[in-house]
Design a protein around this ligand. Structure first.
Ligand SMILES: [Zn+2]
Length: 474
């Protein structure tokens, strides 16, 4: 099957050909962790989760490496910690750690509720500061950066292609960037690679004094460390195209001139709520948690997010939520008692997805399968798209996803004893794991009294997590 994807860099739909078919590599910018994820944060996570499934189906489960980072060092996090500290009196660094840890936990729980699979790697920026410092050193050595007043800045004038990814002229960039005016910048488009930290702020030793990295360098350093200096797909929201992705591309090209960095750039459109931009002042910021607490199921949110093509702007309305809810109710009714495990996703659904992730097209095929009464195919195809999954609690689902991720790792390390034991023990409590070319999926099978089964699942997951972590060290 041919996969075509729209490349923002060229402004064309292109046939996707991985640099190495046995190792397809994708990087997507992840959350900055200081607050609950809103639906605008959830959209790229869901979109690229579906692309991850499609790529795994096409190239094989072990062959796709998906990195989605966590930005856990950022001035917004520091500001939030300062706000909290005024009332708590704890050390700022401790508060930052507890904010980021808690927010990462929330993020995992909320995304699991939306049926999102964990990525292959989820690096935290603070674990890669060494790589960032090295890369900044490389940029200085190659004269693409300069040091001024304790800051290291990228010299945009040293790179004539600056602006080519976003396809903007220097004038457009100045108008669009809302560039902060700082006396230490040679050009107003130059951006910070490293900035000084005083003793109260998180900081690392560097050749330029104690400080912390700028945001853009994080993604360049983590992607090159985990995926190499050339990889296949770089994704994120269209709001990141400029300046974030432009800056990532510029830094990476200048630090590794022999490499291509990302070959294909994908950007999802923004979300509006009832026709309006989401904003704090309009009080229309919808977090995933709020929606779940209003009783809107995770899969309903997912279906609304997939109901509009990813490149289009999506308008979130109550009517769309109601529609999605009733569609899923109908599909659940049709597929009740159906075991999809011997079926694969319907060919036409895959073809729609392979056409630049045409999710509205794929959903119309699901409607047709429903109308034709093809229950097993409907179920298998919906499950492929992350719909009609289990009805576990968000907490339990998150733990199941984590155990599934550990099992994937065990399989990657060819530790089949461990992966089989995990599969068997999950099966004993009604979590049926099935491995296929598209990856491992599970489905939930009710066994006996629900409460007793939930307790058994919870206990088993705890044991398996411990067992897997120990088993993997050997
Ligand atoms: Zn990024």
């Amino acid at each position: 099957m041919k996969i075509s994807l729209w490349n923002s860099r060229t402004g064309r739909k292109e046939t996707f050909t991985p640099l190495q078919p046995e190792r397809v590599r994708m990087y997507v910018c992840g959350p900055t962790v200081y607050d609950r994820a809103h639906i605008g944060n959830a959209r790229p996570v869901v979109v690229f989760d579906l692309l991850f499934s499609l790529l795994r189906h096409q190239y094989g489960q072990q062959q796709v490496v998906y990195v989605r980072n966590i930005t856990d060092i950022d001035d917004k996090i520091n500001a939030r910690a300062l706000e909290l500290n005024n009332s708590l009196g704890a050390s700022l660094l401790d508060t930052i750690r507890s904010i980021t840890d808690e927010t990462i936990d929330w993020f995992h729980e909320d995304m699991a509720a939306l049926g999102v699979l964990p990525p292959t790697h989820e690096p935290r920026a603070t674990d890669y500061v060494r790589e960032m410092v090295d890369m900044i050193g490389e940029l200085l050595a190659r004269r693409h950066a300069y040091v001024r007043e304790g800051h290291v800045l990228f010299d945009t004038r040293s790179y004539p292609e600056y602006g080519s990814l976003a396809r903007r002229s220097p004038r457009d960039m100045r108008a669009g960037a809302r560039v902060e005016v700082a006396p230490y910048k040679t050009s107003e488009l130059d951006f910070v690679l490293w900035k000084p930290s005083d003793d109260t702020l998180p900081g690392w030793e560097s050749p330029w004094g104690r400080g912390r990295p700028g945001w853009h360098i994080e993604c360049s350093a983590m992607s090159s460390r985990l995926l190499g200096t050339s990889f296949d797909i770089h994704g994120g929201g269209s709001d990141l195209l400029f300046p974030h992705h432009e800056n990532e591309a510029a830094q990476s090209a200048c630090a590794h001139p022999e490499a291509e960095f990302a070959r294909l750039w994908m950007h999802n459109g923004m979300i509006r709520v009832n026709g309006q931009k989401m904003s704090k002042s309009l009080e229309n910021f919808l977090t995933v948690r709020q929606l779940l607490e209003q009783g809107i199921a995770g899969e309903t949110i997912r279906l609304v997010l997939l109901g509009t093509h990813y490149r289009q702007q999506l308008d979130w309305t109550d009517r769309r939520v109601e529609e999605a809810r009733s569609i899923l109710g109908e599909w659940r009714h049709i597929t009740a008692g159906i075991d999809e495990s011997d079926r694969n996703c319907h060919r036409e659904v895959l073809e729609q997805l392979a056409d630049d992730l045409n999710t509205p097209g794929a959903i119309s095929v699901l409607h047709r399968l429903a109308a034709d009464g093809s229950a097993a195919e409907l179920k298998a195809s919906a499950v492929f798209m992350g719909l009609l999954g289990d009805d576990l609690s968000d907490q339990l689902r998150k733990s199941v996803m984590e155990v599934m991720r550990l099992r994937d790792q065990a399989r990657n390390q060819r530790n089949f004893d461990l992966s089989d034991r995990i599969r068997n023990q999950l099966g004993d409590v009604g979590i049926i794991v099935r491995d296929s070319k598209a990856g491992s999926r599970y489905h939930f099978q009710p066994v006996g009294a629900r409460d007793a089964q939930m307790i058994a699942i919870d206990t088993t997951l705890g044991e398996l997590t411990r067992m897997a972590k120990v088993g993997m060290q050997h």
